[in-house]
Design a protein around this ligand. Structure first.
Ligand code: ADP
Length: 361
C-alpha cells in the first residue's frame, strides 16, 4: 500500500520552493490499479492569479509522486481557489472525476459526520442536516455506519428489509433523503454484537452494494453517520472512498470538545479535510425566553478557531428534537420553523457553499 503520509511528504518537498502557504494540497486518493500497483490522485490549490505559472510545479509534483515505490499512475489537478497570502480556505473537494466514480458511482461528495464521544447528538445532527440539505434542493443520501447503535431506521420511521434491484440494495427514500442502515439489514440489536472485520466488511458493502445514485440522478452528497470515537471504521471509510471531508459534532463541555479535537486530528492525519464543527446542545431557552447554558456555550466554536477549522453553527437543546427523532420524523421535516430546524438549515447552507454545491432557488 502506498501511504498518504509519504505522498504528502513528497509533495511538500516539491511545493516548498513555491511558497508553501500559497499552495494547498488536498484530496489525496490512492486506488489499486488492478495489477498490483496504485493510482494516485490529488489536487493542488493555488491562487487564481498564479495558476497560469503553476503548470510546471504540477508536473514536478506528478513526477515526484510517480517515483514512489508502488505508484504506477498519478493525476494532479490544479484548482485556482486560494487568495494569495491568505489563510488556507476550507478545503475544496476538487478531485479527478475518475477517482470519484471509482470510489462510489454517481455520488459527488461523501461526508463523514463524526464525534469524539457518544451521546453528543451526532446522529440527531446527521439526520436533520440531511433533511435540511434535501430541502435546499440537493440530492442527499444518509448512510448509518454507527454499527454499535444504528438509529436512522427509528429517526426516519423506516422498517423492513430494503429492496434489491440489479444485485444492489435500493435505499428507501424518507423525508427527502435516501437512507441505508445496518439496522435495516440485520435488526438494530444484532448489529451491536458485530466486531472488527465484520463491521469493516459491512461498511464496504453498504457503500458499494447500495444504489445510491444513477447516471440520470447522481447524489450530490452522502452523509455517513460514523460510530463515536476514532476506531477502525473511520480508517476503513477514509480508505474505501474519497471523502470530501468530515463534520465533527460536539457539545460545548470541555471534555466533549477535547474528544472532538482528537477526532479532528485523526481525520487530518489521513488527509481528510475538516468541513466544519457543530456545537450541539448549546443552551436551552425556557418558556420565558431566558437562555440557560446547561452544558456551557461556545466551546466548539472556540476549538474550531484554535484548530483552524470552519465552524458550522450551534443547535440549541430542544426536547422537540428528541421527540421528533423518536417518532420517525426529524424535526427539520416536521417543524421547519423551529429554532433548531433553522439552525440546521443555516448549517446546511454553509456546508453546501463550502462544497460549491448548487442549491435550488
Ligand atoms: P449520538 O449519535 O452522538 O450518540 P444521538 O443523536 O443519539 O447522539 O443523541 C443522544 C440523545 O440526545 C437522543 O435521545 C437525542 O434525541 C437527544 N438529543 C440530541 N441532540 C439534542 C438537542 N439538541 N436537544 C435535545 N435533545 C437532543
Amino acid at each position: 500500500m502506498v501511504e498518504k503520509a509519504d505522498i504528502l511528504n513528497t509533495l511538500h518537498s516539491v511545493v516548498k520552493p513555491h511558497v508553501q502557504q500559497d499552495v494547498g494540497i488536498s484530496g489525496i486518493v490512492v486506488r489499486p490499479d488492478g495489477s498490483g500497483g496504485f493510482k494516485v490522485g490529488f489536487a493542488l490549490e493555488v491562487p487564481a492569479s498564479e495558476a497560469a505559472h503553476m503548470e510546471p510545479m504540477r508536473q514536478q509534483c506528478e513526477a515526484a509522486v510517480r517515483r514512489l515505490p508502488g505508484v504506477t499512475q498519478v493525476t494532479a489537478v490544479l484548482t485556482a481557489q486560494r487568495v494569495a497570502g491568505a489563510a488556507p480556505p476550507p478545503p475544496a473537494p476538487a478531485r479527478p472525476a475518475e477517482y470519484n466514480s471509482q470510489g462510489l458511482p454517481f455520488v459527488n461528495h461523501v461526508i463523514a459526520v463524526a464525534s469524539g464521544k457518544g451521546g453528543v447528538g451526532k446522529s440527531t445532527v446527521t439526520a436533520n442536516l440531511a433533511v435540511a440539505l434535501a430541502k435546499q434542493g440537493l440530492r442527499v443520501g444518509l448512510l448509518d455506519a454507527d454499527i454499535y447503535g444504528p438509529s436512522m431506521p427509528m429517526m426516519f420511521g423506516l422498517s423492513g428489509q430494503p429492496e434489491i434491484a440489479d444485485e444492489k440494495l435500493v435505499p428507501p427514500l424518507a423525508h427527502g433523503v435516501k437512507v441505508m442502515s445496518i439496522g435495516l439489514l440485520v435488526g438494530e440489536e444484532q448489529a451491536v454484537v458485530w466486531r472488527g472485520a465484520m463491521v469493516t466488511k459491512a461498511l464496504r458493502q453498504m457503500l458499494a452494494g447500495v444504489r445510491w445514485g444513477s447516471k440520470e440522478s447522481p447524489l450530490d452528497v452522502l452523509l455517513v453517520d460514523m460510530p463515536p470515537g476514532t476506531g477502525d471504521i473511520h480508517l476503513t471509510l477514509a480508505q474505501a472512498v474519497p471523502l470530501s471531508g468530515a463534520v465533527i459534532v460536539s457539545t460545548p463541555q470541555d471534555v466533549a470538545v477535547l474528544d472532538a479535537v482528537r477526532c479532528l486530528a485523526m481525520f487530518r492525519k489521513v488527509s481528510v479535510p475538516i468541513l466544519g464543527m457543530v456545537e450541539n446542545m448549546s443552551g436551552f431557552t425556557d418558556a420565558t425566553g431566558v437562555v440557560h447554558d446547561i452544558f456551557g456555550k461556545g466551546g466548539a466554536e472556540k476549538a474550531a478557531k484554535e484548530h483552524d477549522a470552519p465552524y458550522l453553527g450551534a443547535v440549541p437543546i430542544a426536547p422537540e428534537l428528541r421527540v421528533a427523532s423518536d417518532t420517525g420524523t426529524p424535526l427539520s421535516a416536521s417543524q421547519p420553523d423551529h429554532a433548531a430546524s433553522r439552525a440546521f438549515s443555516d448549517m446546511a447552507a454553509r456546508l453546501a457553499a463550502s462544497l460549491s454545491l448548487k442549491q435550488a432557488a
